[in-house]
Design a protein around this ligand. Structure first.
Ligand code: GDP
Ligand code: MG
Length: 179
């Protein structure tokens, strides 16, 4: 018999184009990495139900495409989210530039939700342009909960990072219940 869901969490997958938002979602939810993943148009959804700390939790990943004609929808997408993952590409420093804008939108729509900073593509170690220390510093400066480096391609740290954000979302849900 299937047990009830204790929590449903909406997680925003944020970041510039081609940072690996769809690949990371696909890797986590379906356990695969496809080199020829399609460009995301509008928004795509990935859903995974997990057991964590004795709770049954449904994670809904909102994977936002970067097309400018959908940009006006972004603040609406952010409504009611429980957490966000901001991805950048470790080989392309310019993918960090969008961080301010995204954090601003998320905080305006849902104050206090945990935002995790993820440096993706750590399999491309020879092409890395951002050192670990820099990522940690950016996370601290912007009040993000943690900095994690990962690879949608190799799968490195993928389970771990979703576990981390789930941990923070559970903590926040417990605090909100007390209020
Ligand atoms: P999105 O636009 O943020 O959704 O990015 P995609 O998931 O479409 O990925 C953009 C490109 O980066 C694709 O060619 C992916 O195959 C590639 N990619 C995504 N994640 C990784 C990774 O961890 N390592 C490497 N080497 N390539 C990746
Ligand atoms: Mg995509």
């Amino acid at each position: 018999m299937s047990r009830n869901i204790d929590y449903t969490f909406k997680i925003l997958m944020l970041g510039s184009a081609s940072t690996g938002k769809s690949s990371l979602s696909d890797r986590y939810v379906h356990g695969i990495f496809s080199e020829d993943i399609k460009l995301t148009v509008g928004v795509e959804f990935f859903v995974k139900t997990i057991e964590y700390q004795g709770k049954r939790i449904k994670l809904q990943l909102w994977d936002l495409g970067g097309e400018s004609r959908f940009r006006f929808l972004l603040p609406t997408y952010c409504l009611g989210s429980s957490g966000a993952i901001f991805l950048f590409d470790l080989t392309r420093p310019e993918t960090l530039l969008a961080l301010d804008k995204w954090i601003g939108i998320v905080k305006e729509k849902n104050s206090g939700v945990p935002i995790l900073l993820v440096g993706n593509k750590n399999d491309l170690d020879n092409e890395r342009k951002i050192p670990v220390d820099h990522g940690i510093q950016i996370a601290l400066q912007n009040g993000l909960v943690e900095y994690i480096e990962a690879s949608a391609k190799s799968g490195d740290n993928v389970e771990f990072l979703f576990q981390k954000i789930t941990e923070y979302m559970l903590k926040r849900a417990a605090i909100l219940k007390l209020q």
